[in-house]
Design a protein around this ligand. Structure first.
Ligand code: ATP
Ligand code: MG
Length: 465
């Protein structure tokens, strides 16, 4: 009780600047959106809820994206119905989430996300029982399940461009926060007081960066200003939630741009502390490797190819390995065990920030292990490696390292040739290796061969799942 009083004296309650109490309503003649542009399932969910007597609108990313001719990733519905009431209307619906309860309505592979109108519940309004508390001591929202009116719902959304409501019946847009103005001016602007809104949910800083990169919008100066200072608050976010956010940041086709923004706003360090330390220690090669990995991820996504988080995390953490290996060597560990221990330490430390599931940490280790094995090609080893299910990812990673400037004595070219040639040529390539000293081999010393035609090199890419 005393603690609470003391806190409220120290940090006076700062409510978000209110949004308009009546929305600006744009009729069908004042904007370009038509109901036919939305998923028919999303429209049918809205109509069903309306027929049952509830208010319901399409909201968020789908409205924003369609206004600027971007294909929406998903369709979100906001409604006055509670999750239980929504579930009762649909056979194919499930209530999910704890911090933020909502309903998933399934239509085959498509999921429509239905959220009940929320109200802001400012700090200090919490129940006495700390288990019920909706905020923690730094103002972070722990639970966000206080239902409210449409107007309150607009107020608790993150950015003005995400608080536009589309009414499918009249094809009108309800704008409470001058979101249309910001869409036109390409601005990412928080609703309310930026500092307070980031404190409530530091992930909003990552969302600001993500939307800036995705839409090529500017983060409006007042919304940008507090980010660097508040960036360390990301350390308080549960690691599982950060994993989801980081995938959204890096696997949507604009990862290199996101990386620049994360660096600009000091958000990279709290997400990837060991990589950030490597960037400080060894700026150029570290930046080059990370940038190349992200650029090739973006390229693969643009080409509709698959990508795996394992490759991405393997690349992000790779530059942090040498320093860790050196440290362990100083403590007397031989090279190979030092490498394994360093890999283990780095991955488990990273998982405390970003909970990378086991199905990805295993392949990260395997990609790294491959880097030790690819130089050792004598006898039957090369063919065994080729048959290894992780060969492809390991080879791609090797090419990435070389492209980033690591000097490996032509090992990448050797493997490129080896994959392409006939059995007898392969035997000869292995025989030629016999003339190398073990040291040359260890460095990846392949016979100096000229490439046969142009650049046959397969491009480094996050494949290999
Ligand atoms: P996309 O789906 O393209 O990633 P989106 O804006 O739809 O973008 P979602 O994560 O699907 O993002 O969230 C839907 C809407 O919910 C957002 O547009 C925003 O209005 C609201 N929202 C999501 N996360 C937050 C948050 N952390 N704080 C406040 N509002 C949020
Ligand atoms: Mg969405």
């Amino acid at each position: 009780m005393l603690k609470k009083l003391f806190q409220s004296l120290r940090s006076p309650l700062r409510r978000a600047r209110p949004v308009r109490s009546t929305p600006e309503i744009l009729s069908e003649h004042q904007h370009s959106l038509r109901r036919g542009q939305f998923s028919r399932y999303a429209v049918s969910v809205v109509e069903r809820l309306q027929n049952a007597g509830y208010q319901a609108y399409l909201v968020g990313g789908c409205v924003r994206d369609l206004l600027i001719d971007v294909d929406p990733k998903d369709f979100d519905v906001a409604t006055s119905a509670t999750p239980e009431q929504v579930r009762a209307e649909f056979r194919n619906a499930r209530v999910i989430g704890r911090r933020f309860r909502l309903v998933h309505v399934h239509f085959g592979r498509e999921i429509i996300e239905v959220a009940t109108f929320r109200a802001n519940h400012p700090q200090g309004d919490d129940e006495e029982d700390s288990n019920q508390s909706s905020h923690n001591e730094s103002g972070r929202i722990l639970r966000d399940n206080v239902y409210g009116s449409l107007e309150e719902d607009a107020q608790r959304r993150d950015f003005t461009i995400n608080a536009l409501y589309f009414d499918v019946t009249g094809e009108r847009i309800l704008d409470y926060a001058r979101g249309m103005h910001d869409v036109r001016n390409q601005q990412i602007r928080l609703i309310g007081d930026p500092e307070q809104r980031y404190q409530e949910d530091p992930v909003r800083m990552l969302r600001a960066v993500r939307f800036a990169a995705k839409l090529d919008f500017e983060i409006e100066p007042h919304s940008a200003a507090p980010i660097s200072r508040l960036a360390p608050m990301l350390r308080e976010i549960p690691a599982a939630r950060l994993f989801d956010e980081v995938l959204k940041l890096f696997l949507a086709g604009y990862a290199e741009f996101v990386y620049d923004l994360l660096l600009e706003f000091d958000l990279f360090e709290p997400l990837f502390p060991a990589s950030a330390a490597a960037l400080k220690r060894d700026p150029e090669p570290t930046d080059r490797l990370i940038r190349l990995a992200l650029a090739s991820t973006d390229q693969r996504i643009a080409q509709g190819k698959s990508v795996t988080p394992a490759f991405l995390f393997a690349a992000l953490l790779w530059p942090a390995l040498p320093a860790r290996v050196a440290q362990l060597r100083e403590h007397g560990l031989p090279p190979i065990p030092a490498m394994h221990e360093a890999a283990h330490q780095l991955i488990s430390e990273q998982c405390q920030r970003i909970a990378i599931p086991k199905r990805f940490t295993m392949p990260i280790r395997e990609i790294w292990d491959m880097q030790e094995r690819l130089p050792r090609r004598q006898g039957k080893r090369a063919d065994l490696l080729l048959d290894n299910p992780r060969f492809r990812a390991g080879y791609d990673f090797l090419i990435l390292r070389e492209d980033a400037g690591e000097e490996l004595g032509g090992l990448g070219d050797w493997w490129t040739d080896y994959q392409d040639c006939t059995d007898s040529e392969r035997r000869r390539m292995i025989r030629d290796l016999g003339t190398l000293t073990s040291q040359e081999e260890g460095n990846g010393g392949a016979p100096r061969k000229r490439r046969r035609s142009g650049n046959k090199r397969r491009h480094a890419a996050p494949t290999g799942e």
